[in-house]
Design a protein around this ligand. Structure first.
Ligand SMILES: [Zn+2]
Length: 132
């Protein structure tokens, strides 16, 4: 049985992997690539709403379906968790051992906790990376 994974942004059940930082901004590559460090579990609503926006600005914006607009209660804690995750990724990137162990994906998935409530409409889960 697949574990349930919470969306990093709002805590709903995640269905996909989202690029935390966009790969392309204003038609220029940002330097971020589709690697594990740049992917977070996300639900469809968040992924759709966020698009190419900077994640933090978007989370606290009034964009349609943004976490703030949807009244996510622990939005500050969630943003802090993403910041902490980025910081630890940067530390790890300095290490000479850059190879990601197989377990990295499951660690990554569990880093944001389990969903607050089950989402019956969820079929696809973030069990495999499916970046857009
Ligand atoms: Zn979400």
């Amino acid at each position: 049985m697949l574990e349930r994974v919470a969306c990093a942004y709002c805590g709903d059940t995640s269905t996909e992997w989202d690029h935390l930082r966009p790969l392309v901004d204003k038609q220029r590559p940002t330097g971020y690539i589709s690697e594990i460090r740049n992917l977070v579990p996300a639900c469809g609503k968040c992924n759709q709403s966020k698009g190419n926006k900077a994640w933090r600005t978007w989370m606290f914006s009034d964009a349609r379906l943004s976490p703030k607009r949807r009244g996510v209660a622990d939005i500050d804690a969630r943003a802090a968790r993403i910041v902490a995750s980025i910081a630890s990724d940067l530390l790890r990137a300095r290490s000479p051992h850059r190879r990601e162990p197989r377990e990295a994906w499951s660690t990554r998935r569990s880093a944001y906790g389990t969903p607050l409530r089950p989402s019956p409409s969820t079929r696809r889960r973030a069990s495999t990376p499916q970046p857009h």
